[in-house]
Each structure stands twice: as structure tokens, then as C-alpha cells.
Design a protein around this ligand. Structure first.
Ligand SMILES: Nc1ncnc2c1ncn2[C@@H]1O[C@H](COP(=O)(O)OP(=O)(O)O)[C@@H](O)[C@H]1O
Ligand SMILES: Cc1ncc(COP(=O)(O)OP(=O)(O)O)c(N)n1
Length: 270
């Protein structure tokens, strides 16, 4: 049996909708063995983030070493990295272990407004991590912060995507969840051609963890050997099903449904 492996380097969301919990559920659903290195613990639920507790840097490094020395991985996804020290340590480890297929979700702010990346860390993201990325998956505010340009139109998105490639990413998915259009357009750019992934905007408040889930689905598909384009298309189908069939739990922005995509494919009901 071939075992495909994926490592998430991210923060913990106690409510289970975002962070490493969302990543590991997504890996599992897509048939990939999930591993994790925790950067921070958050006290979090559908109402927001109540606390952020960084893991000591040495503890984070040892978690990555534990995987690099023994299990190895087919893909790495990064999420909440919190500080420039964490970004530098993670970038060093990715280079040391020659980890391939790096999906960088440049998480900065949670939907409720809590800061998950310190402002001073954006520079390290640009100089250390983005140049290692197979694909970077910013939402619009994150892309604006990294490129220091306002993004209002499709042309703006394309220019920002080109700038991210110039910084060193191999490809970009600029996510359209934060726009106010009837359709959600995620723009994929591999440095050569643009691909617009368009789907109807689903009217729901249950969108907690959409970015984490989408990027980890892309990572899982890359681990299985899918091409970048296939991985992004399948990731989009996964997150779309997960938003379309919300679990409806919690009083605020509830989590997406990580079972929905495979249930649709297999016709299994849980
Ligand atoms: N209301 C929605 N309807 C359909 N797809 C959505 C909706 N909101 C977000 N998405 C999808 O979820 C993914 C994450 O998008 P986005 O919300 O922009 O990222 P983030 O969670 O990082 O802020 C994208 O693939 C986007 O198209
Ligand atoms: C621990 C942790 N990591 C990342 C996020 C952000 O997740 P995202 O998918 O962008 O979803 P929202 O939080 O914006 O709903 C998080 N909240 N917690």
C-alpha cells in the first residue's frame, strides 16, 4: 500500500474549525496520512479567538525534526506562523529536510479580527518563506499586505499574483472569499497562465476555517502526486462542498463540513 503523507505546520484551533484541526481532518478525508507541528495554541470557537499561546521555538523545531528524521513527508502546508522567529525556523527546517510541495497559507487575521501573525513578520514571510512555496494561497487582504497594493479589480489581482511570483513563489491562488461579488473567483497563476476558478457564492455565515481547509486540500492532492492545476481544482471542489453543507454548530461563524466532499463522491451518509 502506498501511504501519502502531509505535514501541517500551524496553530491549534480549540473549536476544531480552522488551524491544524481543519488541516488534519482534510488530510484524513482525502486519504493522506496527516502529521503536525504546532506553532501556537489558540483558545477559539465560532465566536472568535479568546487567547493565543505560542509554543516555545525549540519545541516547534523538535516537532519538525521528529518528522524529518523519521517519517518524512510528501507535502508541507503552513498556516498560522505567528512571528518572524517562527517563519525563519520553519523556512530553515524546510530547506534542511528538502521538503517538497510546500503550500503556504499566509494566515494573518482570523475572521473575528484577532491577529494571528505579528506585523513585523510580514518581511520574513516575503524574504524567507514565499521563495520556497510551490503555491501560496492568500486571501485579498493578505495579498494586499504582502504586495503593498490595493486590490479591487481582476487586473489588480493579476498584478498582485505576478508580484508574488517575482518574490519567488512557484504559483499563486488568490482567493476571492472576501469580495462582494455574486460568484467567488479564486485566481490561479503558475507564472505563465491565469486560470479563474469561479463558483456561485454560497449565502452562509458558516465559513470559519475556509482558508485552512482549502489550502490543506491542495496540499493533500499534491501529496498524492496530482499536478498543481488538478490539486487546486480538487481543493476548490472540496471547500465548496464543505461550505455548501454546513454542520450548523456554534453560535457564531460555524465550521465547514469536512465530510461533505467524500460523501458526495461516494454517496456515503454519516
Ligand atoms: N461564501 C462562499 N461561497 C463559496 N465559496 C467561498 C465562500 N467563502 C469562501 N469561499 C471559498 O473558500 C476558500 C477560502 O476563501 P477565503 O474566505 O477568501 O479565504 P480565508 O478563509 O483565508 O479568508 C476559497 O476557495 C473561496 O472561494
Ligand atoms: C489556529 C488558526 N489558524 C488559522 C486561522 C485562520 O483560519 P481561516 O481559514 O483563515 O479562517 P477564519 O479564522 O478566517 O475563519 C484560525 N482562525 N486559527
Amino acid at each position: 500500500m502506498t501511504v501519502y503523507k502531509a505535514l501541517t505546520i500551524a496553530g491549534s484551533d480549540s473549536g476544531g474549525g480552522a488551524g491544524i484541526q481543519a488541516d488534519l481532518k482534510t488530510f484524513q478525508e482525502l486519504g493522506v496520512y496527516g502529521m503536525s507541528a504546532l506553532t501556537a495554541v489558540t483558545a477559539q470557537n465560532t465566536l472568535g479567538v479568546q487567547g493565543v499561546y505560542p509554543i516555545p521555538l525549540q519545541g516547534l523545531k523538535e516537532q519538525i525534526d521528529a518528522i524529518g528524521h523519521d517519517l518524512g513527508t510528501d507535502t508541507v502546508k503552513t498556516g498560522m506562523l505567528h512571528s518572524s522567529e517562527v517563519i525563519e525556523a520553519v523556512s530553515d527546517k524546510i530547506r534542511t529536510y528538502h521538503f517538497q510541495n510546500l503550500v503556504v497559507d499566509p494566515v494573518m487575521v482570523a475572521k473575528g479580527g484577532a491577529k494571528l501573525l505579528q506585523d513585523e513578520a510580514v518581511e520574513a514571510l516575503i524574504s524567507k518563506l514565499i521563495p520556497l512555496a510551490t503555491v501560496i494561497t492568500p486571501n485579498i487582504p493578505e495579498a494586499e499586505m504582502i504586495t503593498q497594493r490595493k486590490i479591487n479589480t481582476l487586473e489588480d489581482k493579476k498584478e498582485a499574483a505576478k508580484q508574488l511570483i517575482d518574490i519567488g513563489a512557484q504559483s499563486v491562488v488568490m482567493k476571492g472569499g472576501h469580495e462582494e461579488t455574486n460568484d467567488v473567483v479564486d485566481l490561479f497563476f503558475d507564472g505563465y497562465a491565469f486560470l479563474e476558478l469561479t463558483s456561485p457564492r454560497i449565502q452562509t455565515r458558516h465559513t470559519h476555517g475556509t482558508g485552512c481547509t482549502f489550502s490543506s486540500a491542495i496540499a493533500a492532492e499534491l501529496a498524492k502526486g496530482k499536478s498543481l492545476t488538478e490539486a487546486v481544482k480538487n481543493g476548490k471542489a472540496f471547500i465548496r462542498a464543505a461550505i455548501e453543507h454546513p454542520l450548523g454548530i456554534g453560535a457564531g461563524h460555524g465550521p465547514t463540513n469536512h465530510w461533505a466532499y467524500m460523501e458526495q463522491l461516494r454517496g456515503v451518509k454519516r
